[in-house]
Write a protein that binds this ligand. Sequence first.
Ligand code: PRP
Ligand code: ZN
Length: 283
Amino acid sequence: MLRIAVQSKGRLHDDTMALLREADIKVSESKRTLLVKARNFPIETLFLRDDDIPATVADGVADIGIVGLNELEEKEADAEIIRHLGFGACRLSLALPKDEPYTGPEWFEGKTIATSYPTILRKWLNKQGIKATIHVISGSVEISTGVGLADAIFDIVSSGSTLVTNKLREVETIMHSDAVLIANKLLDNEKRAILDEMLFRFDAIQSAETKKYVLLNAPAEKVDAITALLPGVKSPTVMPLAESGWCSIHTVIDEDRFWEIIGKLKAEGAQGILVIDIEKLIV
Ligand code: PRP
Ligand code: ZN
């Protein structure tokens, strides 16, 4: 049995549960239960506040966890980063009231900054050689300047809309963060094996995310020209159609190359182009 710590609510919760679901790991969520066994996989899920996840994994109370890189850095917990999971992207930034003129890091000298991330902020201030007062609060950081609690804030920025709503302006980005899978450094072999199986599934989902399955019909004499445009997983599958002189071509392509390729395919006579999402891809 492998115990995984995940956020009980908050920014990473939904994407984390969706990832487990896509990996066919069935965890039912009941608001009252902290520890839930998966129905079809040897893991149990421990629902925690994100702030508590790094230490819980480092101490071995949980074996692995999904948490923001920002929380891991802030808590300076001794856990191993296994994977970046491709969701929960955000940055940690300093922001000021929007009309305040900003001259550079020295602006912060002697000022008061409100944050939930004092460790990361203190390190940055020390590196800049700036002395400022850090006012630690655990939530609603963005209202601090408006109510006279601080001169500036240091907080998570994702879409930036919280800053706009609170008439704040981002002036320094200190770090970029995303969701990471972390593990205790002393997992035994049985737990390692369960983790490997889980990673195999996560990787299949991640490789599928940027790919599309493409089917199209092409005149037989254009098959070579068209397949040359299509970098497949190995090489495209070409099958004859019932109508003579026509073929069906199937392949997998990178999503971001799709719009670039599609025009060229049509120019070569491709018809009935069908683009399909891939659920999992094992290469
Ligand atoms: C963070 C941060 C801001 C908001 C920024 O809070 O404190 O309030 O997200 O996001 P935006 O740029 O998309 O507006 P979070 O939702 O993580 O909750 P918390 O305040 O409990 O940490
Ligand atoms: Zn938090």
